[in-house]
Ligand binder design. Structure first.
Ligand code: NOJ
Length: 578
């Protein structure tokens, strides 16, 4: 559409200057046939906190099967399950002790097969989480590997001698503390990028790679619809292990030394050939730190995966690494730039849109100023989630407007990284109270409190004692109450999801950001041929004028306020059709 048709007069020139002219993209999808994973959203489930059918206090696979109609009502085409394999649960399943068996806490393989079949009956695929950078220290591979320096699996993990009785390098694990752990049996150190109980595998060893590909193929043969691939940027280690530049803690994050090491793509192309090729699946990799200019090598036809989760928009508070007590203030222009950069970088491929997952705080408490109405905030983010270009990912509870739990003692936290961050803050001189304040704001447990199904005890999540306390807002924020309220966050999600799934403009259209410098509004448009949809969200707690009537002639088709003014009210979000 000719911009002159909707921006008029002298003021229009001002607005035109505020539009970034380079940001018109998304044309790749317009020309090619759509895949199933481009047409609908994905719902992410943290099974431990979803629905307990046995009274154990922990969610299970049958709980998910029981709630499939609820999930289907959100218009999703797939469910991403965080790990359900046999695990000691040091990191809630991301420490795997058997790649091809279901942990008894979650059920059986038969329960899994039933879930896949019942989901398929509703046109929903199951996406499994592959955790291939590391195993549990209780995995039989590691038990054998650590037993001597010359056993058949001796070089399945990363073993090194120390120097002068200290760790081989100054690398700090992502959860805090040294990334090296001494092993008495072998008289050597092993590398763990995450917890001590998560030793890193040695991908240089072809036998390790073969065993991992076989494990992935096991699940493909059971009919899964794809994979979310965990921490994949860390699988390739540098040739030489040397100290890195020390930061304020006197150590160097392992991330800075091993993320996206050159040569990693050779492993990944082999992975693609041995597992993904020839299957109609969706592959999305967790890839913190792949640079936008490197994306074509990682995603799309010439790359390896269908999409990559990168962290730029969710980590803008941590420009110098994710140390919670060094968080900086949320700045809207940074958030928008991160999203626009990602939209630009994936114009020829695809983007997984997300604001929440099991590692992040709840979005209503993360991206808005203090005092924001949480219901409006939940709907405002949903408006962005469903109108950007890519596959929207909904994390369980997000569709109900869940907020942070903020427990009042560090002992109430289960999450291993929360305890690591707390210790880091204390060691840095913060008081108990100050250190706890950062945990309350950023803890991963904020996203892991049990699902709130109804107003009965424990929110209908369990008949037993929930493994993590239920949020105390459950009497009003729950699926039962919200499904009966036309104006609830849940019904807003359902309507928006239907709208997105049936809108060619939203699925295929180009993206362009307007007013990129504004610290108050996020405005962007999606265009396909002569059709245009525009999203405008006020991120402040006050009224904001819509500059220069840029939406003259536009028709409001969605909004989180029932009526319309010629300015945006606090946290107001509107979708216009032009
Ligand atoms: C990323 C996962 O999302 C997180 O939950 C986990 O702790 C780490 N990878 C280690 O596997």
């Amino acid at each position: 559409m000719n911009r002159r048709n909707f921006i008029k007069g002298a003021i229009a020139l001002t607005v035109a200057a505020m539009i970034n002219p380079t940001e018109l993209f998304g044309t790749a999808t317009a020309a090619t046939a759509l895949k199933w994973w481009q047409k609908k959203s994905v719902y992410q489930i943290y099974p431990k906190s979803f629905l307990d059918t046995t009274g154990s206090g922990t969610g299970d696979l049958r709980g998910i099967t029981r709630r499939l109609d609820y999930i289907a009502s959100l218009g999703v085409g797939a469910i991403w399950l965080t790990p359900v394999y046999v695990s000691p649960m040091v990191d809630n399943g991301y420490d795997i002790a058997d790649y091809t068996a279901i942990d008894p806490r979650f059920g059986t393989l038969a329960d899994f097969d039933e879930l896949v079949a019942e989901a398929k009956a509703r046109d929903i695929r199951i996406i499994m989480d592959l955790v291939f950078n590391h195993t549990s220290d209780k995995h039989p591979w590691f038990i054998e590997s650590k037993s001597s320096r010359d056993n058949p699996k001796a070089d399945w993990y990363i073993w090194r001698d120390g120097k002068k009785n200290s760790a081989p390098t100054n690398w700090r694990s992502i959860f805090g503390g040294s990334a090296w752990q001494w092993c008495d049996e072998r008289q050597q150190f092993y590398l763990h990028s995450f917890a001590t109980a998560q030793p890193d595998l040695n991908w240089e060893n072809p036998a390790v790679r073969r065993a991992l590909y076989d494990a992935a193929n096991f699940w493909l043969n059971r009919g899964v619809g794809g994979f979310r691939i965990d921490a994949i940027v860390y699988i390739k280690k540098p040739r030489n292990f040397v100290d890195g530049p020390a930061d304020a803690d006197g150590t160097c994050s392992v991330h800075n030394m091993t993320a996206a090491t050159p040569g990693i793509l050779d492993f990944l192309h082999e992975f693609r050939r041995e597992v993904f090729d020839g299957h109609d699946i969706f592959t999305v990799a967790e890839a913190n730190s792949v640079k936008p200019e490197d994306l074509p090598a990682w995603v799309g036809e010439r790359g390896v995966f269908n999409a990559l989760f990168e962290f730029s928009h969710v980590n803008i508070m941590f420009p110098h690494g994710e140390v919670w007590h060094r968080a900086e203030l949320f700045k809207l222009s940074d958030f928008k730039r991160a999203l626009s950069d990602s939209q630009r970088a994936t114009r020829d491929s695809w983007y997984p849109i997300y604001f929440e997952n099991h590692d992040k705080p709840r979005s209503v408490d993360n991206f808005f100023p203090h005092g924001t109405d949480k219901i409006l905030a939940a709907k405002a983010l949903a408006t962005i989630l469903f109108t950007l270009r890519g596959t929207p990912f909904i994390y369980q509870g997000q569709e109900l407007g869940f907020a942070n739990a903020a427990f009042d003692s560090i002992d109430a936290y289960d999450d291993i990284s929360s305890r690591g961050q707390y210790d880091l803050a204390r060691a840095d001189g913060l008081s108990d109270k100050e250190a706890l304040r950062f945990v309350q704001k950023f803890s991963r447990d904020n996203a892991r409190t049990p699902m709130q199904w109804d107003s009965s005890p424990n929110a209908g999540f369990t008949d037993g004692k929930p493994w993590l306390p239920v949020h105390d807002d459950f009497a009003t924020v729950n699926a039962d109450v919200e499904s009966r309220d036309e104006n609830s966050v849940l019904n807003f999600y359902r309507r928006l999801s239907d709208f997105r799934n049936s809108s060619d403009v939203l699925i295929r259209g180009d993206y362009r950001e307007l007013l990129p410098a504004s610290e108050e509004l996020y405005v962007f448009e999606r265009t396909l041929a002569d059709k245009k949809i525009c999203t405008a969200v006020n991120f402040t707690t006050h009224d904001v004028a819509i500059p220069a009537k840029i939406f003259d002639g536009a028709r409001k088709i969605f909004g989180n306020y029932p009526d319309e003014k010629n300015f945006l009210r606090p946290t107001e979000a509107i979708i216009y059709e032009l």
